[in-house]
Ligand binder design. Structure first.
Ligand SMILES: Cc1cc2nc3c(=O)[nH]c(=O)nc-3n(C[C@H](O)[C@H](O)[C@H](O)COP(=O)(O)OP(=O)(O)OC[C@H]3O[C@@H](n4cnc5c(N)ncnc54)[C@H](O)[C@@H]3O)c2cc1C
Length: 340
C-alpha cells in the first residue's frame, strides 16, 4: 500500500529535529508499490529517507520524500554455521541487531545502537567498533528509479569503502532505492573485541560470551559518549576525520609538541587524525550558541540542544568549527552529514 501526504511535517523524520516540511511524503509497504507509483506526477526532486539520522535539512524540501515500510527479518537457512538472513530495508538496524543477538547469532552485535534503517545502512556502509555492515553483507536488492525495475547487487559490486558505496557516487545518488539486503550471521563463536574499550567493558563477564552480552556492552559504551536522538537532536558524527599526507601530519605534530597528536597510520602512507581532537584543541568542546552546541562528551557531534534549533543555526556552528580548525591547524574539515 502507498500512503501519500502533501505538505508533510518532517520534524519526526530527522534525528536533528529540524522543523521543516516537504511538498509530498510517500510511504510504501513493498517493492511492487514502487513499480506502481506514478513517478512522473511526483514533485521533484525525489529523496528517499530512512530515519533521517545522517541528514541535515537546511530548509523546507520542495519535492517528494519517500520512506520504506518494508519490514521483515527472514532466516533463509538455519542449517549451517553461516546463516543467511533477508532483511527489509525499512527495518531499524538496531532492531535487527537485537534480534540476531537474541537468537544467539554472531556478526551484528558491534553494530548495535547505530540509528537508522537497514536500507540506509547498506548505502552508508555503517560501521562501529571495528565492524562495518559490508563485513556481514552478501547482497542488496534495489528498485532502479531510472529503468523502473528490480535489480540485485552482490556485495563486491557495491563499491564499499569507509562510510561509502557506489550508491552514493555521482550518477547513482538517488537512483537505486534499497528494498532489501541479504546478510550473513554465524553460529560459531566469533566475538570482535579488539576495538576501543570493548574488552574493558566486558572484563567482569566470564567467557564464553554471548552476542547479547557484547551488544549490551556496546550499548553502554555508546550511551556514555553519544547523545540519544530521542532526547537530544543530532546526526551523530558531523565531520569526517581528515586524512592527510604524512608531511602535513608532521607539520601539525611539530606545532603542538610536546603534546601527542592522536593519529592512525593508513596503509597508503597517509595519516588520519581524529577531527574530535582538533575541535577539542580549538576549545570548542561543549561550546554553545543559541539553540545549538558542540556536544560536551564528543566534540565531533553537533547537537540541537534545546530542540528548537533552526537549520541556519546548525550551519553557522558548522562554519565556526570549520574556520576554527582551519585557523588553528590549516586543515579543512568536511561534513559527514548530508546537507539537504
Ligand atoms: C547519535 C548517532 C550516532 C550515530 N552513530 C553512527 C555510527 O556509529 N556509525 C555509523 O556508520 N553511523 C552512525 N550514525 C549515522 C547514521 O546513523 C547512519 O548514517 C545511518 O545509516 C543513517 O540511516 P537512516 O535510516 O537514518 O538514513 P538517512 O539519514 O535517512 O539517509 C542517509 C542516506 O541514505 C539514503 N537512503 C535512506 N534509505 C534508503 C534506501 N532505502 N535506499 C536508498 N537510499 C536510502 C538517503 O537518501 C541518504 O542519502 C549515527 C547517527 C546518530 C544520530
Amino acid at each position: 500500500m502507498i500512503t501519500r501526504t502533501d505538505h508533510y511535517d518532517l520534524h519526526s523524520q530527522n534525528t536533528f529535529g529540524m522543523r521543516v516540511s516537504c511538498e509530498c511524503y510517500i510511504e510504501y509497504d513493498n517493492a511492487a508499490d514502487l513499480s506502481a507509483l506514478d513517478w512522473d506526477s511526483l514533485p521533484r526532486p525525489v529523496l528517499h529517507v530512512g530515519e533521517g539520522s545522517n541528514l541535515l535539512f537546511t530548509g523546507d524540501f520542495p519535492g517528494t520524500v519517500l520512506h520504506s515500510r518494508i519490514r521483515y527479518i527472514k532466516y533463509v537457512d538455519m542449517g549451517a554455521d553461516s546463516v543467511p538472513v533477508a532483511v527489509g530495508a525499512g527495518v531499524k538496524l538496531d532492531d535487527f541487531c537485537a534480534r540476531a543477538c537474541a537468537d544467539g547469532l554472531w556478526g551484528a552485535e558491534n553494530l548495535s545502537g547505530i540509528p537508522g534503517e537497514v536500507g540506509a545502512a547498506a548505502v552508508q556502509n555503517v560501521g562501529a567498533y571495528g565492524v562495518e555492515i559490508k563485513d556481514i553483507l552478501s547482497g542488496v536488492v534495489c528498485y532502479d528509479t531510472q529503468l523502473h525495475r528490480k535489480l540485485s547487487f552482490q556485495a563486491d559490486q557495491c563499491g564499499y569503502g569507509y562510510r561509502d558505496s557506489m550508491f552514493k557516487h555521482p550518477g547513482n545518488r538517488g537512483r537505486y532505492i534499497v528494498t532489501g539486503v541479504l546478510l550473513r550471521l554465524r553460529r560459531s563463536y566469533s566475538p570482535k573485541l579488539d576495538y576501543g574499550n570493548i574488552r574493558k567493558a566486558l572484563a567482569d563477564t566470564p567467557e564464553p560470551l554471548t552476542p547479547m552480552q557484547v551488544r549490551e556492552a556496546i550499548l553502554r559504551i555508546r550511551d556514555e559518549k553519544l547523545p540519544d536522538p530521542k532526547r537530544i537532536g543530532s546526526a551523530g558524527s558531523f565531520f569526517k576525520n581528515p586524512v592527510l599526507p604524512r608531511s602535513e601530519y608532521e607539520r601539525i605534530a611539530a606545532s603542538v609538541a610536546p603534546a601527542e597528536v592522536p593519529h592512525y597510520d593508513l596503509p597508503d602512507g597517509t595519516v588520519k587524525i581524529p577531527a574530535a581532537w582538533m575541535i577539542d584543541r580549538c576549545g570548542l568542546k561543549g561550546y554553545a550558541e543559541g539553540n545549538v552546541a558542540v556536544y560536551d562528551k564528543q566534540p565531533l557531534v553537533l547537537v540541537n540542544r534545546s530542540g528548537q534549533a533552526a537549520p541556519e543555526e546548525v550551519v553557522a556552528l558548522e562554519q565556526k568549527v570549520i574556520m576554527a580548525v582551519w585557523e588553528r591547524f590549516g586543515v579543512e574539515l568536511h561534513p559527514e552529514v548530508e546537507h539537504i
